[in-house]
Design a protein around this ligand. Structure first.
Ligand code: SF4
Length: 555
């Protein structure tokens, strides 16, 4: 795993020292909240509905047991004993006291972590495929490239005050698990016809008030040109992105209003100029960084014990079916640890659970952990022979819910429970959905069905790309939930179509039940997912299920 160099260490420590002084000034009243706000946001500290919230970056979702244990310590010592994993591979602490935040940042720095650029109009935490370095379908590990971008973008003097926040995601596999097409820049690792490694660069994707699917700006960018090309895109955006209207400031609007061709011309012209002056050879740096991401020494012994254990234990078999993915080494599996027990808060993990994950990573997982944008934790390298022991330990910790990709593996933003911008609750709705389908005992029968919920139009819960998306809104003081259908967050990305009028909270669950029953009735067989059935049949039968009283859909 990559460890901060001396430059990073010194930079992070200096920021903590500065912030400690700023907090002291806020506490003794010499800084007003308005004066303090930009300073705290530069250090990832928000003011939410009920308390401050500290957002800590987990670059490309990668951490080890030492970092995880430190997060557990921080949760216990300075928060309420848990942390919340977000859809951007960050962890949030929801209840810190302002006086403690410098100590929390100091504790993070001790393990090479920080909260810098988790807020503000700068390049945010670079995210990546959570199966990076392990997935069977991977062309190349995306993390060295992500780390290069992290180094380039951290404290970049020119890009600290962009028109708006800027999000970059990268995948090294053709199956996109990083939602690259919904980012300001999405990067896909590809090979040229001659086998040369490079990137497809996607630009202008994003969800929120105006959702857009990213468009291909360059279908092949040689590896050596990555940083100057990114620099060129950011320069064009910095110069031409709208600053007059916050809601039109993201690069997706610039691409949409200007047109892809014109943006491409501007970027290519800027790139020519940047390339001449650019001092850092991306490919050499990536190769150097890659030495920190060498795969662990795999034990290739295959045994029958794994199959036999599954035959003997139906709970293990069910867990393996949903929570274990194919590793590039056939003797290994990728274990996803669900943070979504039925009735739990998606993404919340207690300090004790963090320690269990850390212990398992150390003992069975080559000391590697990932956090996924779907708010789950991942042990990317577990020997198949060890999976029964890992499963048993997870069960004991309440972390063995076998629901990855199923109805209760819901992405939910914090909504009204925490977020100052929320117009409706998200977490309780996610909990009710999970509880209802659990009671119906239908979850495994339904198979893959991704439900995503946001508590306002900002779409942090990615509802636009949920197979079923739910957007909570306030309608004259009453929570109302709009349903979208047919969204897809992968390489075949689609934005969900709004189904019709929203539902009151009490009407939503029965409506979803009718929707899912219709799918079960109409699917060809168990292998046809909800999304595939929706694509084959179109919206009509599903709308008829949602709005049975509306005869227009009944045909
Ligand atoms: S979608 Fe809205 S309510 Fe939910 S976390 Fe984002 S800003 Fe807050």
């Amino acid at each position: 795993m990559y460890a901060y160099d001396e430059f990073d260490q010194a930079f992070v420590r200096e920021r903590v020292r500065q912030f400690r002084g700023q907090v002291e000034k806020r506490l003794d009243g010499s800084l007003t909240e308005d004066e303090f706000k930009p300073l705290r946001l530069m250090n990832g500290l928000y003011l939410q509905l009920h308390a401050y919230m500290l957002r800590v970056a987990i670059p490309y979702g990668t951490l080890d047991s030492r970092k995880m244990r430190q997060l557990a310590m921080i949760a216990e010592k300075w928060d309420k004993g848990y942390g919340h994993f977000t859809t951007r591979q960050n962890i949030q602490f929801n209840w810190p006291k302002l006086k403690d935040v410098p100590d929390m940042l100091e504790a993070l720095a001790d393990v090479g972590m920080h909260a810098i650029q988790t807020s503000g109009n700068c390049v945010r935490n670079v995210t990546a495929d959570h199966f990076a370095g392990a997935a069977a379908d991977e062309i190349e590990d995306p993390r060295p490239t992500a780390e290069l971008i992290r180094q380039w973008s951290t404290d970049h003097p020119e890009f600290q005050f962009l028109p708006r926040k800027f999000k970059i995601a990268i995948t090294g596999a053709p199956n996109d698990r990083a939602v690259t097409k919904a980012h300001d820049i999405g990067i896909r690792m590809v090979r040229s016809e001659q086998g040369e490694p490079g990137y497809e660069i996607i630009v202008g994707g994003g969800l929120g008030r105006s959702p857009f699917i990213g468009k291909v700006l360059r279908d092949f960018l040689p590896r050596a040109h990555l940083l100057p090309y990114l620099e060129a895109i950011l320069q064009v955006y910095n110069l031409s992105g709208r600053r007059d209207n916050k809601f039109k400031a993201r690069i997706k609007i610039l691409v949409h209003e200007t047109g892809l061709e014109e943006i491409r011309d501007a970027v290519e012209a800027t790139f020519e100029r940047v390339l001449e002056e650019f001092e850092y050879p991306s490919d050499a740096l990536i190769s150097e960084i890659a030495s920190h991401f060498e795969p662990p020494e795999f034990d290739n012994t295959q045994t029958l014990a794994f199959e036999e254990a599954q035959e003997a234990d139906p709970l293990l078999r069910s867990f393996v079916e949903t929570n274990v993915s194919q590793h590039k080494n056939p003797a290994y599996g990728i274990v996803t640890v669900s943070t979504k027990p039925v009735g739990g808060t998606p993404g919340d993990v207690t300090a004790d659970q963090m320690r269990v994950i850390a212990d398992l990573a150390e003992r069975y997982g080559h000391d590697e952990i990932r956090i996924s944008h779907e708010q789950n934790a991942v042990l990317p390298h577990v020997r198949k022979a060890d999976i029964p022991a890992v499963h048993a330990a997870l069960r004991e910790a309440g972390l063995a819910t076998a629901n990855i990709g199923l109805v209760s593996d819901i992405i939910a933003c914090p909504g009204m429970d925490y977020c100052a911008l929320a117009t409706a609750r998200s977490i309780p709705i996610a909990q009710e959905i999970a509880e209802r389908f659990h009671a119906l005992k239908l979850e495994h029968e339904i198979g893959e069905l991704k439900i995503k919920i946001s508590g306002c139009i900002n779409a942090c819960g990615h509802h636009h790309v949920g197979h079923i998306g739910i957007l909570g809104l306030d309608k004259a003081g009453v929570e109302n939930y709009q349903v979208t259908l047919g969204g897809d967050a992968t390489e075949t990305m689609a934005l969900g179509e709004r189904a019709g009028p929203g539902f009151a909270a009490g009407e939503l669950i029965p409506a979803l039940e009718r929707l899912v029953e219709t799918y079960l009735d109409l699917r060809r067989d168990r292998s046809e997912t909800f999304l595939a059935a929706y694509r084959r049949l179109g919206a009509a039968p599903f709308l008829a299920a949602l709005y049975p009283e509306d005869e227009r859909h009944a045909a």
